[in-house]
Design a protein around this ligand. Sequence first.
Ligand code: UDP
Ligand code: MG
Length: 335
Amino acid sequence: MVLINSKDYVLCRMQHKVQLSFVVPLYNEAQTIEQLITRLQAVLNTMSLPTEVVLVDDGSDDSTTIAMNAIALEDARFQAVFLSRNHGHQLAITAGLKMARGSKAVLILDGDLQDPPELVQAFLEKMEEGFEVVYGIRTNRKESWLKRFAYFSFYRILKQFGNIYLPPDSGDFALLSRKVVDYLNLLPEQNRYLRGMRAWIGFKQTGIPYERDQRFAGKSKYSLKRLVELAYSGLFNFSSFPIKFITRLGVVAILVSLAYLIYVLVSKFIYGNVPTGFTALLMAIILFSGVQLISLGIIGEYVLRIYQQSQGRPLFIIDKVIKDQTLINGQELLP
Ligand code: UDP
Ligand code: MG
């Protein structure tokens, strides 16, 4: 099925010259999408660069897909990518990055209007100064104190123990040059922690402070479980601290037991006391079983990641795409 509307002139311009792409992941954002499109269109109208918007549906089961279909068929500047199921925020962005054609840069932003698209001009100006990555730094999160505290601690922990410098309070909201996008697309890791991968790639990077708005409508699509998974990916993919931590824990445990042994021997031979240590024994057993289980769990995290990587599955599956107002079956995109 080929659906092309009358705006062919826009189409020709778009197909060959897209310089900037916006990548927007969407999962059940029916309450936001109309407002999102209005805001994006207003921004697009002011752009001097030929710009496309790649909307990625991450397996929504509400009317998000209907709105995406409609806009992609109506406005040639909008492309729509529909994933086969819910793959998660990071993979939805990954799919969008693969599809984005912007030859100059790609802006990643959330679909709930927490990341204001109007900031693109400020981001572009920074890029003109020679930066390959310009990310947003959240100055003020309008979120619950628990979530704010969790984010605050996580970024600081990673800063302390990570192998890369992850700017505190930066998220996925960022403008990436084509060069950086190409490198990101090359990285095959299954457990994707994009802000870490972005930092790992390097080149000149800088941040722009911005006020993170509340989501326009609806609830966060990140469950606590998903947030913890994301934090795990950050920690395990970008830090060898957990595995080294086990060794240190082992060393500390041995030192403590040696000290205790000395105490026992001294008590027995010098003071003639035979220690009555049933409780101490029980505590030691419980403590060290716990330590061993945690250690196994930490090793397990690495083994799991190796296993998932060795499966070699594609990162996401595309059901269909509406590109330049034309419907394409996802299978046609297979290499
Ligand atoms: N999202 C997605 N797939 C998911 C979860 C979220 O594509 O499995 C999208 C969501 O629609 C939104 C963006 O990712 O556009 C950020 O999600 P959300 O606002 O729920 O996360 P938060 O801002 O609360 O961290
Ligand atoms: Mg949000």
